[in-house]
Design a protein around this ligand. Structure first.
Ligand code: PLP
Length: 499
């Protein structure tokens, strides 16, 4: 049985019993998903959606090998890590083998937030310093200790920046302080960190850690310029701090060529602490902190035991092992490279065609489409991005828009995403962008021409209309035929793309 309640009742119960700050995707017209397989999700009517959002379902939703591993271990034993068990040590051994040699000690947790909170404790204990340098727009988790170091959150809420938190500019070479035309953006952004350290020292403060995602996700799919992390690590180490790489979103082979995203920056860059989560258990709540023997020993020297009731339990570890096996046996890293390259190529063709696309950036199956109102000024096209994701949903493709201006379409699908999926997704996007651009173009024409009888709707107006349409029965929409795939337009656009 997939459903207990009608969609309307589910919504009503959710409104009544679930905290209002827990948001749903597509809030104005939420979807109810009742099952999923591979890279597809299905709603209560059996309609299929192409999932471009869920990097958690890393090896594919409900992968049979992962499900079987969970089931088998669940039938046998589940308990905490105070008993000796082979699964936790085997998993730690396998995980360490994916990392540089110095990163060999694991602490298992249940969420990325717990992992980052523990990473901060490790860093602070190691040298006895308190302060943390974080990047602007970063998100590192929902615990109080992490909201404090997440400008993505504290800038939106009423929280003020704590005195022990220092915010460095995001190394964004598209819209940031130093751009692609700068002679040395990596050096310039790293110098900002150096300056922060000097200022902290001048006011008697000491740096415990620099924390950053290896590629910034919520911050707008930002890939730091080559050499940035090496320089930052040098300055942070010199100041007595440690480098924490947050791989919660971007680890486990998503970038294709490397298992960890920080490895893209070269073998001469090794963080002191790596945190991971989301894809690790393919949806099962498991996460981890991996660090050096030296840092782990310093943590232990405090005399305080670290105990986590569920962290590293036999079921989680069995699931983690199954995920590692599938990544390997199905060559999902190779797939991320192949499909990611193909998708990037298709998107770059779209960039040449659509003025709304300002930038395509990404690697493997982690790609951002930065929508702009003005190519020169790079003005974020926030309303348009919101409109596009709702329109994509109508075409049964699930995308989200994020970044500080909510104008970056994020693509981070399950790693079994195929070239066919990529092509389909891009065709739908092409169609939508064409319509939006026509509306914008027609609007500017109508604004510039005198005695215009009527004004073409802005995408956000069209969007509000779409939302009110959303309450009608979508089955009446002819484009929903055959699982919602708009086949005629699809093939027409395919032809256009080939030319
Ligand atoms: C980069 C990053 N770090 C940490 C977290 C927190 O992970 P969790 O939600 O599992 O606590 C998130 C969650 O979105 C994240 O994106």
């Amino acid at each position: 049985m997939c459903e207990l309640y009608s969609k309307q009742d589910t919504l009503a119960l959710r409104r009544k019993h679930i905290g209002p700050s827990c948001k749903v995707f597509f809030a104005a017209d939420p979807i109810k998903i009742v099952r999923a397989q591979g890279q597809y999700m299905f709603d209560e009517r059996g309609e299929q959606y192409l999932d471009c959002i869920n990097n958690v379902a890393h090896v594919g939703h409900c992968h049979p090998e992962v499900v079987t591993a969970a089931l088998k271990q669940m039938e046998l034993l589940n308990t905490n890590s105070r008993f000796l068990h082979d699964n936790i040590v085997e998993y730690a051994r396998r995980l360490s083998a994916t990392l540089p040699e110095t990163l060999s000690v694991c602490y298992f947790t249940n969420s990325g937030s717990e992992a980052n909170d523990l990473a901060l404790r490790l860093a602070r204990q190691f040298r006895g310093h308190q302060d943390v340098i974080t990047l602007d727009h970063a998100y590192h988790g929902h615990l109080s200790s992490l909201i404090e170091i997440s400008p993505y959150k504290f800038r939106k809420g009423k929280d003020v920046k704590k005195e022990f938190v220092h915010v460095a500019p995001t190394p964004d070479t598209y819209r940031g302080k130093y751009r692609e035309d700068h002679a040395d953006p990596a050096g310039a952004y790293a110098d900002e960190v150096k300056k922060i350290i000097e200022e902290a020292h001048n006011s008697g403060r000491k740096i415990a850690a620099f924390i950053a995602e290896s590629m910034q996700s919520c911050g707008g799919q930002i890939i730091p310029p080559a050499g940035y992390f090496q320089k930052v690590a040098e300055y942070v180490h010199r100041a007595g701090g440690v480098f924490i790489a947050d791989e919660v979103q971007v680890g486990f082979g998503r970038v294709g060529k490397h298992f960890w995203s920080f490895q893209m920056h070269g073998e001469d860059f090794v963080p002191d602490i790596v945190t991971m989560g989301k894809p690790m258990g393919n949806g099962h709540p498991m996460a981890c902190v991996v660090t050096t023997k030296e840092i782990a020993e310093a943590f232990s020297s405090s005399g305080m035991e670290y105990f986590n009731t569920y962290g590293g339990n036999p079921v989680s570890s069995a699931i983690g092992l199954a995920v590692l096996n599938v990544i390997e046996s199905e060559d999902l890293q190779g797939n991320a490279t192949r499909v990611g390259d193909y998708l990037t190529e298709l998107l770059n063709k779209q960039k040449a065609k659509h003025t709304l696309i300002g930038d395509i950036r990404g690697i493997g199956l982690f790609i951002g489409i930065d929508l702009v109102k003005d190519q020169q000024k790079r003005t974020p096209a926030t309303d348009e991005a919101q409109h596009v994701i709702y329109k994509m949903k109508e075409k049964q493709v699930l995308l989200s828009a994020d970044g500080p201006h909510r104008n970056v379409l994020k693509i981070k699908p399950p790693m079994c995403f195929t070239e066919e999926d990529a092509k389909f997704m891009v065709d739908q996007l092409d169609e939508i962008l064409t319509v939006v651009e026509e509306a914008i173009g027609a609007r500017s024409e109508s604004v510039t021409s005198e005695n215009t009888p009527c004004r073409t709707k802005m995408p956000n107006e069209a969007h509000s209309e779409l939302l009110s349409e959303g309450t009608s029965d979508p089955r009446e929409n002819p484009s929903r035929k055959r699982n919602g795939l708009c086949t005629d337009k699809h093939s027409l656009l395919s032809k256009r793309l080939k030319t």
